[in-house]
Design a protein around this ligand. Structure first.
Ligand SMILES: [Zn+2]
Length: 124
């Protein structure tokens, strides 16, 4: 399952940036050509984040349309279906310029009011 490995990568990146803080929201940019199924990705994300600093975090998936530069007519158009074709002339000699993204775009983290230095310093 392709979405599970993507979710693993997202969790790894987010955890690295969070450095122990809680994560409330993860925004992703996912290119259309990645053919990610959002519901499958959300499911995998929930599974993997259970019991971690990301538990309950909202996953926001932004679908980036596929865009191609046509070598035949020079147009740059948005391509929605496979096989990929230039929307201007219908040619298939297109170079993909967008739509292969797979990246963590933004994280919303807990604001940490105090830094804990030297471990358990809480008086009870
Ligand atoms: Zn064209």
């Amino acid at each position: 399952m392709h979405e599970l490995s993507i979710a693993e990568a997202i969790v790894a990146i987010a955890s690295r940036h969070a450095r122990g803080r809680r994560i409330y929201r993860v925004e992703l940019k996912v290119g259309h050509l990645r053919q990610v199924v959002p519901s499958a990705l959300e499911f995998a994300f929930e599974l993997l984040t259970d019991g971690t600093a990301l538990e309950g975090a909202e996953l926001v998936i932004e679908d980036v349309p596929a865009r191609g530069h046509c070598h035949a007519c020079g147009a740059e158009t948005t391509m929605r279906d496979f096989p990929l074709r230039c929307a201007a002339c219908g040619g298939i000699d297109v170079e993909v310029v967008a739509g292969e993204e797979l990246e963590v775009d933004a994280l919303e983290l807990e604001e940490r009011a105090e830094m804990t230095i030297g471990g358990m310093a809480n008086g009870g």
